[in-house]
Design a binder for this molecule. Structure first.
Ligand code: GAR
Length: 217
């Protein structure tokens, strides 16, 4: 049974979707802790009410990124995690931290990577004039938003969309995509090879389940 630790910085709606699916579908895994770098992260309230241990490791208490990541790593490792889930954890991570969790740390990014890395992804998509947009779950590597893709959710960009309407459409699909991928990992259906590639079990890869279509596609 895998030990899971979730990192958040704010609202935590993806964390919430994962916790709800975990409970409803009775996954064989342990949700060990939800950790935030911000004490005021709204998601901490939901996690605590759901009975999951919560912890705050504030970046403001450390002099630099290296010191912060070392402290965060020490806290995470008390749970002996098999999987570390970044769910809106808005920190740039040091290479040492990322490499410590190679093949054990995943992230959700609100674009169809490798398009639109970084911030303001919905604005970037509208400005680029693309017709489809979405979200990506990927293993985390030292390259920001550059790790190998596990699965994606695709939505249309509709005439008249602004950043908010597009963000809402993508977020609804993030909430379908992320729990699905985490469940696959708990079932050993996703593996990370030493060459930085992802291998999916035949029942996922063969059915195109790794692409979630939503919002009118
Ligand atoms: C989500 O849209 C997630 O994809 C994004 O932050 C939001 C967090 O929302 N993550 C990134 O931009 C990471 N680069 P949530 O706190 O409600 O899950």
């Amino acid at each position: 049974m895998k030990n899971i630790v979730i990192l958040i910085s704010g609202r935590g709606s993806n964390m919430e979707a994962i916790v709800r699916a975990f409970r409803q579908e009775k996954w064989s895994a342990r949700l060990c802790a939800v950790i935030s770098n911000r004490a005021d992260a709204a998601g901490l309230v939901f996690a605590a009410e759901a009975g999951i241990p919560t912890q705050v490791v504030s970046h403001k208490d450390y002099a630099d990124r290296e010191a912060y990541d070392a402290a965060l790593q020490a806290v995470i490792d008390t749970y002996e995690p098999d999987l570390v889930i970044l769910a809106g954890f808005m920190r740039i991570l040091t290479t040492g931290f990322v490499e410590h969790y190679t093949g054990r740390m995943i992230n959700i990014h609100p674009s169809l990577l490798p398009s639109f890395r970084g911030l303001h992804t919905h604005r970037q998509a509208i400005e680029a004039g693309v017709r489809v947009h979405g979200a990506t779950v990927h293993f985390v590597t030292p390259e920001l938003d550059g790790g190998p893709v596990i699965a994606q959710a695709v939505v249309p960009v509709l005439p008249g969309d602004d950043e908010d309407t597009l963000a809402d459409r993508v977020l609804a699909q993030e909430h379908r995509l992320y729990p699905r991928v985490v469940r696959w990992i708990t079932e050993d259906k996703v593996s990370y090879t030493g060459e930085g590639k992802v291998v999916l079990a035949d029942d996922i890869a063969g059915s195109l389940d790794f692409v979630v279509k939503g919002g009118g596609l």
